[in-house]
Structures are given as C-alpha cells and as structure tokens.
Design a protein around this ligand. Structure first.
Ligand SMILES: [Zn+2]
Length: 280
C-alpha cells in the first residue's frame, strides 16, 4: 500500500470512529422511538469500545448493524426506570420526544439545559422562570406567535418552564382548594408536569382576559392554534375527549413542542401523544 492510501485509510477510520461515538452518545442521551428499539445501554457501551467497522462496496465504508435484542423491548419501556419504592422515572428527560404523564415521572432533580425566554408577549412583567423554555422550543414559539400576528391572531405566553419544587407547591395549593381527586384532573403532581421539561408553554389571549380557560378553544385564537400549531412543531397536548388516555381534562392552551415531523404526524392522525408513542 502506498503512503497516500494508508493516510487516507487512517483518515477514514478516524472520521468513521468519531461519527460512531457521536451517534452512540446521541442514542444514550435520547433513546428515541423507531430509531433504536430497545437497545440496552450495555450494548451501547461495548459498541463504543469495539466499533465493528468494515470496508466493502468498492471501498465505501459501512457499519454493521447492532445485534437485535432477543426479546423486542417496547421503546416506552426502554426509557422508564421501574421504581419499587415510588413513581417510575423516565431515563430520557432531555429528549424532545420524552413522554411524561401520570405513569412516567421526571427525575426530581431534572432541570433542562438552555432555558431561554422567547421573544413573545407575556401579560405580566418580570424576568421569571415561567417565561422560559428550552431554546429549540422557544425559537419555534417565536415563529408561531409571529405568524399568528401576521394573520390577525394575538397570542401571549402564560406559563412555560416550572421546576419540580414549584409544581409541588402548585399541586398542593390545588389540592387544598379542590380536593386531591379533582386537582389531579387538571393539575399535575410534581414530576408529572410537562412544564418541567422546558418543552411546554401555556398560551392565552386578550379575548379570554389572559386566563387559562377551556373557552379559549372556541375563540379565533384557540381555533387558529389547534389548526396551525403543528406547522411549528407543537401539539395541543390535552385534546378534548381524551382524558382517559392523557390523564388530563381538555387544555386548549397547553402547547407541547415535539418538532415539526412528529407534531404534523400526530395532527394528521388526530391522536394523542400517548397513542403516537404506543404505536411505534
Ligand atoms: Zn400547561
């Protein structure tokens, strides 16, 4: 082998190894559905140390697929840590597709990285955590609100990121006011709120006095949101008539960011996020 070819081969191996390491770390940080069904973490580790890289196809490199596990593990199951002493906890809280609900809690100490305040109007002053979202979601919300404004629809942000501790205070206050059973229909227990992911924002409008009310869904702003949120990567997370699936009453104001591809698929199939994930 001449010197140039050897250097080229070394360069290819380095490039492919780096790509593989990046891929594996992505998989570890966000076991996302469809892409890595039930890949156990142990296999990820060994793959990191011993990447099975071979060359073929006339010199084009290819990477042998990981060995499939014997029993296919549902993706949702693969991203949940069973906890015999308390609520089951998700293992992918930073994933854009993380499913959080009454059966899938966020870790108590989870705080999303890159929380920023989107440039959208809020009906109150101050630099507050509740005005923040994860950066990707914040940018998408800015586009949504700006496009709505161009079409004559005025939307305001109302409540975005919320820490575990803040959610605990809110739930306790709601239990004192309405009783635990009723509170659990519209208010999340700590660890069970999407607001802790930084991917959710409650929005409102002047028509409903900037409140969060089911009447919002029937206003022009509420209708516009239901018809257009998916273009910007959001879904109406708690649709009408789906309480037995989502665990919560209708919330026409609660936007959840999933990215455009998934939000569009859920909108077009007219299903909940739970059904979308179960069907993977
Ligand atoms: Zn909400």
């Amino acid at each position: 082998m001449v010197k140039g070819e050897s250097a080229l081969l070394r360069f290819r191996i380095i490039t492919i190894s780096a790509t593989l390491v990046i891929l594996v770390s992505l998989i570890l940080s966000c076991t996302s559905p469809g892409e890595t069904p039930g890949l156990p973490p142990e296999e990820d580790e060994s793959a990191k140390e011993d990447p099975k890289i071979t060359f073929g196809n006339g010199g084009a490199p290819f990477i042998e697929p990981f060995e499939a596990p014997l029993e296919p593990i549902p993706v949702l199951e693969a991203t949940l840590r069973r906890n015999p002493d308390g609520p089951d906890v998700v293992t992918n809280p930073s994933c854009t597709l993380v499913l959080v609900n009454k059966d899938r809690n966020l870790p108590e100490d989870f705080v999303p990285a890159n929380l920023v305040q989107p440039s959208v109007p809020f009906p109150f002053e101050g630099d507050l955590p509740r005005k923040r979202m994860r950066q990707d979601a914040a940018q998408a919300l800015e586009s949504l609100v700006a496009t709505a404004a161009e079409e004559g629809i005025t939307l305001y942000g109302s409540s975005g990121y919320r820490s575990y501790q803040t959610q605990a205070q809110i739930f306790e206050a709601n239990v004192r006011r309405r009783g635990e059973e009723e509170a659990n229909r519209f208010s999340a227990r700590p660890g069970q709120s999407e607001h802790q992911t930084g991917l959710a924002m409650d929005v409102t409008s002047p028509e409903v006095g900037f409140t969060l009310t089911q009447q919002f869904g029937a206003t022009p702003a509420g209708r516009w949101l239901a018809e257009n949120a998916h273009h910007f990567g959001f879904i109406i997370r708690y649709p009408e008539g789906a309480e037995d699936i989502t665990g919560y009453a209708y919330e026409p104001w609660h936007l959840r960011y999933l990215g455009e591809e998934h939000a569009r698929a859920i909108y077009e199939a007219d299903i909940t996020f739970e059904e979308y994930m179960e069907g993977r």
